[in-house]
Design a protein around this ligand. Structure first.
Ligand code: ZN
Ligand code: ZN
Length: 183
């Protein structure tokens, strides 16, 4: 959890900046990650603007060879946090009606955890590869071709590709027909 008490800063003049060192574990849906770096907190007229350059490593399963590997990710965070309570009077204040906006709780705690989670998810590759030229698994024996050189005969060309090119051709044909129809 990355939780920062910002009660002092909420009393400070607009534009005042404070730096905060992050060195925390953050729970993700599958396991936790160590997040390190520095976040700058700036008092704005509406709340606290956070800007941070954070590093983490996330474990992924390679989409080709199914091996586990750790990938370093750089997270550049920029989010404004809005107070829900007036720091001087303790009276609750309405939060701007902006979807997905982050808030500072009634104890003046600014919690970066959820933002870090979201940025880490966004930075995660859709199809993680343990390395750019991962050789994947042998479709015949299932061996990891990065580690073993099996003697399986090469498979004929993947039939899915020929299906795909048929589709492309059919689509082009339809487009051509439509083009003629409008003339
Ligand atoms: Zn791989
Ligand atoms: Zn094989």
């Amino acid at each position: 959890m990355v939780q920062i008490n910002v009660s002092q800063q909420l009393k400070a003049p607009i534009g005042s900046i404070r730096n905060y060192e992050v060195d925390e574990t953050v729970d993700m849906t599958d396991g936790s990650i160590l997040v390190q770096g520095q976040v700058g907190l700036m008092r704005t007229d509406r709340g606290i603007l956070t800007r941070g350059a954070l590093q983490t490593k996330i474990e992924f399963t390679c989409s080709r060879c199914l091996s586990l590997f750790r990938l370093p990710l750089a997270l550049t965070i920029e989010e404004e946090y809005f107070p829900t309570t007036d720091v001087l009077t303790g009276i609750s204040i309405p939060v701007p009606d902006e979807p997905g906006s982050f808030t500072i709780d009634e104890h003046n705690i600014l919690d970066l955890t959820e933002a870090i989670r979201q940025y880490a998810l966004l930075a995660s590759p859709m199809k993680p590869l343990c390395r750019a030229d991962c050789a994947g698994l042998c479709p015949t024996c299932g061996g990891n071709l990065n580690q073993v050189q099996c003697d399986c005969p090469p498979l004929p060309a993947d039939p899915r590709w020929s299906k795909l090119s048929e589709l492309t051709l059919a689509y082009e044909q339809v487009s051509a027909d439509e083009g003629q129809g409008t003339k």
